[in-house]
Ligand binder design. Sequence first.
Ligand SMILES: C[S@@+](CC[C@H](N)C(=O)[O-])C[C@H]1O[C@@H](n2cnc3c(N)ncnc32)[C@H](O)[C@@H]1O
Length: 394
Amino acid sequence: MATETTTEVGPDELARQLIDKGVLSSDWLPAFKAVPRDRFVPDAIWPGRAGMNRQDDRVLRSESPEMWWRAVYTDAPITTQWDDGTYSGPGKGRTPSSSSSMPTMVFSMLNALSVEPGNRVLEIGTGTGWNAALLSHRLGDQNVVTVEIDTTLAGEARTRLYAADFAPQVIVGDGGLGYGKGSPYDRIIATASVGNIPSQWIGQVHPDAIIVAPWGPVYGGEAVARLVVDEGGVASGQFISSSAFMRIRQQRKDLPLTEQFLDSAKWPLDAVRSKTNLSPDDVGDWICMFAIGVQVPDLFCRVTQGEDDSYRLWLFDTGVTSWASADYVKGRAEFEVAQAGPRKLWEELEGAYWWWHQQGRPGFDRFGLTTRGGPDFKVWLDDPASPVPVRKAG
Ligand SMILES: C[S@@+](CC[C@H](N)C(=O)[O-])C[C@H]1O[C@@H](n2cnc3c(N)ncnc32)[C@H](O)[C@@H]1O
């Protein structure tokens, strides 16, 4: 018979783990204790794994209460919606569109927000409502506005918030526009990622406000940015940790289909063939992808799996002018490359890779972002005066 021990799966054990990791501070512990995650996670879930974009099969609380409970009190993300709600199971949809974020990420971002009593906070991406409840507990309902694009999710979150005795303002709308009626804010926290910080967010905050938002280029790689807004409307700050959030709907990467490149009458005859010593396997880390994506903003990639762990890394540009491929074969020191179109995309990737390598292979915490909002931004290394070089298209 199971006996009660301190390592029993539940809020106490999860709190212990988060404190051990240094992410659950004494400032947020009372909120963690008062706002149990289980009151915000829906009945149907697809448990995720820490640091991986993979989901387990659907778990229903009604059918498997112990599995459900274990997932809720594991430090991992939980997918709660697929394909904007058009898919409801029992399997998995194509793309996760809402989740309860990994608790480590939730509290790291809340810590980075550096809230002070009386601060007014705008959250983008209500999701389950857990984060809004934590903020409401800390700052008071009247100081929290949370925006969710999905009407059903917003309604469900509102119901859970009220049931747990919280009443922040839950707005249905595009959080990319902020929420002007509730402004000005002292803090903005986005729990969906962006490729451009919306200018509305910067316009809706006081000077010295802090914006915490996951940011990533088209190519891949993403990290949470912590930006401070100055009096002139410039937001600037460092990246604090690697992340993998879903994009806000309006900034999703709707990338051209592979067929658009391969249907070209020119393909494959004009492809220039060569060999490279840079293994396609050495350019796939999240931070490496980030460094490449920042330098070549219109580059994106796909992978075609082959046999025996081999694969083809495809490179494309969003303007549909050029493509390249590099073939990874395990154990080889040289890899076949093909490049077609006016741009040599593999060479552009190699240039970006070697720049990053020469800088000492910096991690996310050496990069920073400065922006006035929208496409007007620069990513820098160590210092805002040292922008990362950007290879312009064409
Ligand atoms: C990772 S989930 C948020 C988790 C949430 N903070 C919680 O505590 O459960 C991201 C959410 O952002 C929402 N979202 C996507 N685009 C949005 C937008 N433009 N405005 C507001 N919410 C958006 C998604 O529908 C999804 O619910």
